[in-house]
Design a protein around this ligand. Sequence first.
Ligand code: GDP
Ligand code: MG
Length: 442
Amino acid sequence: LSKRLEGIFNNLGGQGRLTEEDVNAALREVRLALIEADVNLKVARQFVDRVKEKAIGADVMGSLSPAQQVLSIVNEELVEVLGGVEGDNKLNLGGTPPQIIMLVGLQGSGKTTTAAKLANYLRKQGQRPLLVAADMYRPAAVNQLKSLGRQLTIPVYSEAAGADPVEICVNSLDYAREQANTVVILDTAGRLNIDERMMNEVINIRDRLHPREVLLVADAMTGQEAVHVASDFNQAVSLTGMILTKMDGDARGGAALSIRTVTGVPVKFMGVGEKTDALEPFYPDRLASRILGMGDVLSLIERAQESIDQEEALKAQQKLQQGKFDLEDFLNAMRQLKRMGPLRNVMEMLPGFNKLAATPEMEEALEGDQLKYVEAMILSMTLEERRSPDIINGSRRKRIARGSGTTVQELNQLLEQFNEMRTMIRQMSSGKGPWAQMARQY
Ligand code: GDP
Ligand code: MG
């Protein structure tokens, strides 16, 4: 797609106002991009019409070409349709525990894997999850969940072959109360296609247990088909959200746009791998960029301008030039990067830069709620410690970890990341080493 977008950039000249012709030309490409990203045909057409209305006649802003401006409207609109800037990825788990999350979806969509991922994710947030093996349709399913539970040391409730799935779920609740579990995750049976028995089973479970969250697990690779599956499940059990799996593959995730448009159901998480930690909260702006494949400098500049406080940037720059960099600067840098979206995306947008630039640890530190922990840890330090991190010895580490509700291990990780970044910055400002070379190039 990038080539295609470049084409639009080049073909359109700059005038004062967006003409219908400009808009049509750009939107033709956008529609193709959406369809390439597996967005449902009807949804793509609807979306393009919406953008067209907004775009025609809009004033061309200062430095943007007409095509850039259309794209910026497209991006804005896409984020809006996907759930807004803030998104609505929070699970609703308030009230008296245990709260119930029911996962539904076709066979192979990733329910069992996602159940384990979700349990792992919620445990990190302080919940005490119980996994429930309610898929009695496939004999291997119970063992699959048990083995995932063992790996994670998360309890799994199951019953012998032949037991009734609805009863299993009901009994699991008693068990959860006994064991003081705060959240119960039901892994239900899927079929290869929507069929009546499967639907009746999930309807029965829902009617008996009234789960707080009914989440559809859908395979992003199934593209166009995902919309029909989502509509059918939504009609049968009123979904509260969905989880899009296998987003680590080639899928651009257009299914999210289709499903959201057709059913109104928000996407809450994305599965990004087979491992039990490969689950990410869903962020509309990130998916929008992915759908559009916008690897262009424009959106980087836009986001950078929005998010970087000029004064902070200036201060940071002065410090950097002097080769100084302390934990307060580190925290500021993390906050700014977080506002710009995944580090990976930022790096990709810089021509010539590549993924090597963002270490997996830095990536992880910026994901989801990690920043909160980083903040808590740094805020638990004394001013002296923040300014001279090298004085943070063993007993200080213990105190800081305790004060911030984290572990010494997590604090060690943070300090390691900080050291890494500091080394990088020292190299840049001293003009030596690989980072300095890169800095000179851009
Ligand atoms: P279920 O039949 O709906 O319970 O699906 P499973 O949880 O058994 O998953 C089916 C297959 O998809 C398994 O091989 C999983 O490892 C794989 N899978 C699930 N989620 C993801 C994901 O996010 N990324 C990748 N690459 N594979 C996934
Ligand atoms: Mg399963």
